[in-house]
Write a protein that binds this ligand. Structure first.
Ligand code: ZN
Ligand code: ZN
Length: 315
C-alpha cells in the first residue's frame, strides 16, 4: 500500500509535480484549498455576489457548480445553474437531468435555455444552413451563440459574474491556440477574470489552476453525478495542441503550470487597448455590438435565420 505523504492513510493520488501522495481526504482538502486560493488571489467573488454558473453536465462544470455553491454559502452569495441545450444529436441526452439532479442536491435554481426555443433551430440545423452558405463551422457557430446566450441570461438575472468550468488543461490549450493563431486580443481575454465592459458580465474561471485529471478524481471521490461524452464536432487544431501539451507534461512535469504562470506574468503587459473601439447595442438582441448587429445576430442574418425569443430570463 502506498501511504499518503501527509497522514499515512491509503493514497489515491500521486501528484507528480509536487512529488507527494495524497489520500482521499487530503486530496479533497487540497483541491478545495486550491479553488479558494484561485478565487481569493484574483478577487473573483465578493461578498453577496450573484453568480451564474454555466453547467453542461460534464465533470468540469458540475464540479465547478459544487465548489461555487460551497464557497458562496460562506460568502452569503447566490448561484444559479444555467444549461444551454444546443441541440446536438445524441450528445446532450441525459445532460439536462444530470444538471437538474446536482442543482437539486445543492438547493440551487436551475435554468435551461435551448437554441431551439431562442433561435427556432437546433445547432445541427443551424450548422447545415451555415454549411450551405459557406458560413462558419459548427464549433465556431456554437461558440458564438452559446457565449452570447450565457452573457445575456447572466445580465438579465443581474449576475455579478458568469462562472465557466474551464480547467487548467482547457485554459493552457486556449493560450497556446491563441499564440499559434496570433490573436492578441483573444489571448488577453484569457485572464482569471475577463473585463466587465458595458453589457458584458465578467467571466470567471475558478478551476483554471486545477488539472482535468484532478477535477476528474475529485468528482469521482465525491460521487458527483456527471455526464461523460465528447461533442461530435470537436477536433481540429485544439486536438493537436492538447496532444502536444500532454506529451510535454508527461516528459516535463509542471509544463502546464509553467505555461499558465508565464501567461499571467505577460498578460498585464500585452499591448491591447480594450477601449479602442466604441461598443453599442445590437438592434436585434441588445447584446454589446460594434456595429448595427452583434456577432451572433449577424451570423444568423447571414444564414437567413430570424431569432424567436428576445428576453431570456424574465418574461
Ligand atoms: Zn492523507
Ligand atoms: Zn444581437
Amino acid at each position: 500500500m502506498v501511504e499518503c505523504s501527509f497522514c499515512g492513510r491509503r493514497a489515491v493520488y500521486h501528484e507528480r509535480t509536487a512529488g507527494v501522495y495524497r489520500c482521499d481526504r487530503c486530496f479533497e482538502e487540497h483541491l478545495e484549498k486550491k479553488f479558494r486560493r484561485t478565487v481569493n488571489k484574483n478577487d473573483l467573488i465578493g461578498p453577496g455576489d450573484r453568480i451564474v454558473a454555466a453547467v453542461s453536465g460534464g465533470t468540469d462544470s458540475v464540479t465547478n457548480l459544487h465548489l461555487l455553491a460551497q464557497y458562496l454559502e460562506y460568502k452569503e452569495g447566490e448561484v444559479l445553474s444555467l444549461t444551454i441545450d444546443e441541440g446536438i444529436e445524441g450528445y446532450r441526452d441525459g445532460c439536462l437531468s444530470v444538471v437538474r439532479e446536482n442543482s437539486k442536491v445543492l438547493g440551487v435554481e436551475h435554468k435551461i435555455l435551448s437554441f431551439e426555443e431562442v433561435y427556432g433551430k437546433s445547432l445541427d440545423q443551424l450548422a447545415k444552413l451555415s454549411e450551405e452558405k459557406n458560413g462558419p463551422d459548427p464549433c465556431t457557430l456554437c461558440g458564438i451563440l452559446r457565449r452570447s446566450l450565457l452573457n445575456q441570461a447572466a445580465r438579465e438575472w443581474g449576475a455579478d459574474k458568469l462562472a465557466i468550468g474551464h480547467n487548467l488543461d482547457d485554459v493552457v490549450q486556449t493560450i497556446m491556440l491563441n499564440y499559434l493563431r496570433g490573436d492578441l486580443s483573444r489571448l488577453y481575454r484569457l485572464g482569471p477574470e475577463s473585463s466587465g465592459r458595458a453589457g458584458f458580465v465578467p467571466r470567471i474561471k475558478p478551476l483554471r489552476e486545477i488539472s482535468e485529471k484532478e477535477v476528474g478524481i475529485y468528482a469521482l471521490l465525491k460521487n458527483f453525478s456527471v455526464r461523460l461524452g465528447t461533442c461530435p464536432h470537436v477536433g481540429g487544431m485544439r486536438t493537436e495542441v492538447r496532444e502536444f501539451i500532454n506529451r510535454m507534461e508527461k516528459n516535463h512535469p509542471t509544463t502546464k503550470y509553467r505555461i499558465l504562470r508565464m501567461f499571467d506574468k505577460i498578460r498585464p503587459h500585452l499591448p491591447v487597448n480594450l477601449e479602442d473601439f466604441e461598443l453599442g447595442k445590437c438592434e436585434k438582441c441588445g447584446e454589446p455590438a460594434t456595429g448595427r448587429l452583434c456577432r451572433s445576430c449577424e451570423l444568423l442574418e447571414n444564414i437567413g435565420v430570424e431569432r424567436k425569443k428576445k428576453r431570456l430570463i424574465s418574461d
